[in-house]
Design a protein around this ligand. Structure first.
Ligand SMILES: C[S@@+](CC[C@H](N)C(=O)[O-])C[C@H]1O[C@@H](n2cnc3c(N)ncnc32)[C@H](O)[C@@H]1O
Length: 347
């Protein structure tokens, strides 16, 4: 990191998210090895079979098997036969049936691949590389509202790389143009807050995150010339009262980290804290309505289950959750790559 302040209003958005593409390739490779190690290709070799049946026979978690199969279907080595059953495609059978002359079994043997594969097999045992040296898992840290400073810094830096391009596109797309005061729940490194403040200096912008993350955010905000111009609220979003006065609450890549009951609690807390007419803005990478893609998002959907018993959403699922929490008129207001922005209003 250089000491120079970066002007976000003139920063060009790269054409492609090369880092995310490479990360997805790495993880999808791990998924293939995991599927092989768990005997999923062998089970599929017998003809169409339900994810639940595979899970039951091998004493596996049915949700993990179902999500893993969706990833394999998105790369066309498996196909969905109907709502519950999957089969190998012809090409999938050629390379993943042990009897096939083309069998690539040794290529994907589990001992030859990266630790990320093992983390999918046993997430409790391994974890993301950003948290591998930490005393406790990131999910326990988030639930307790307590992670160590080094983990907070590494995670915020990773999220910053992930969030900067969508943040610029969303802000430049006018999503916050009508906001007077924005509260970014779980704002992390402050990427989105900095993007809003840089483009709309007249908007009040505040970041709410765990104390140790707020400290990390201070450095990131300074890098973009926003330190002192974005208010930082240290707290735990299930335990600390939320600051009042915002007309817009943002959840950027937050809801996908929590089991569905906690998602409901967060939405409920937001609705209670907003004044009538207040707006909630949710930024997530969405799954296609028929769960056929995008590959990256289906891979995330699997990882979110492995780490947090959480999920990515289809637009319909998120819309239903917002309505169930008492919000009105959920609408997708912006798209960028496979990210979407959904807003809804407190009646
Ligand atoms: C996946 S990151 C998203 C960060 C940021 N919103 C973005 O889009 O880059 C999740 C964020 O939620 C924060 N978080 C997790 N548990 C929290 C809690 N209990 N209270 C407040 N913030 C929390 C984390 O520190 C982290 O910054």
């Amino acid at each position: 990191m250089t000491g120079e302040t970066i002007d976000l209003t003139t920063l060009a958005i790269p054409e492609r998210d090369v880092a995310m593409e490479l990360m997805t390739m790495r993880h999808v490779d791990a998924c293939v090895g995991v599927a092989q190690a768990l005997g999923i290709f062998t089970a599929l070799g017998g003809g169409p079979i339900a994810a639940d049946t595979i899970a039951q026979r091998a004493s596996l978690d049915p949700e993990m098997v179902a999500r893993l199969l969706l990833v394999l279907a998105a790369i066309d080595i498996v196909r969905r036969v109907d709502a519950t059953r999957f089969a190998l495609t012809a090409d999938g059978a050629a390379y993943f049936d042990h009897q096939s002359p083309f069998s690539a079994a040794s290529f994907f043997a589990i001992d030859d691949v990266s630790p990320s594969m093992h983390s999918l097999l046993d997430p409790a045992d391994s974890g993301w590389s950003v948290t591998r040296d930490a005393d406790k898992s990131i999910e326990d840290g988030w639930r307790d509202g307590d992670i160590d400073a080094q983990t907070a810094r590494k995670f915020a830096e990773t999220m910053h790389a992930y969030a900067l391009a969508p943040a610029l596109s969303i802000v430049r797309g006018g999503v916050f143009a009508k906001s007077r005061a924005v509260l970014d729940l779980g704002g992390g490194s402050g990427t989105l807050c900095a993007a809003i403040k840089a483009h709309q200096p007249e908007t009040d912008v505040a970041l709410f995150d765990m104390p140790v993350v707020c400290d990390v955010a201070r450095d990131h905000l300074a890098r973009f010339g926003c330190d002192g111009r974005v208010t930082r609220h240290p707290g735990h979003f299930f335990r600390t009262p939320w600051p009042a006065g915002a007309d817009t609450h943002v959840f950027s890549h937050i809801l996908h980290n929590w089991p569905i009951a906690d998602v409901g609690r967060l939405l409920e807390l937001s609705r209670q804290s907003l004044a009538p007419g207040g707006r909630i803005v949710v930024i997530e990478a969405f799954i296609d309505p028929d769960f056929s893609g995008p590959l990256r998002v289906l891979k995330l959907h699997l990882s979110m289950w492995a780490y947090f018993k959480a999920q990515q959403f289809t637009e319909q699922q998120l819309s239903d959750l917002l309505i169930a929490a008492g919000f009105e008129a959920p609408t997708l207001v912006h798209r960028f790559r496979d990210y979407g922005v959904m807003e809804a209003y407190r009646p």
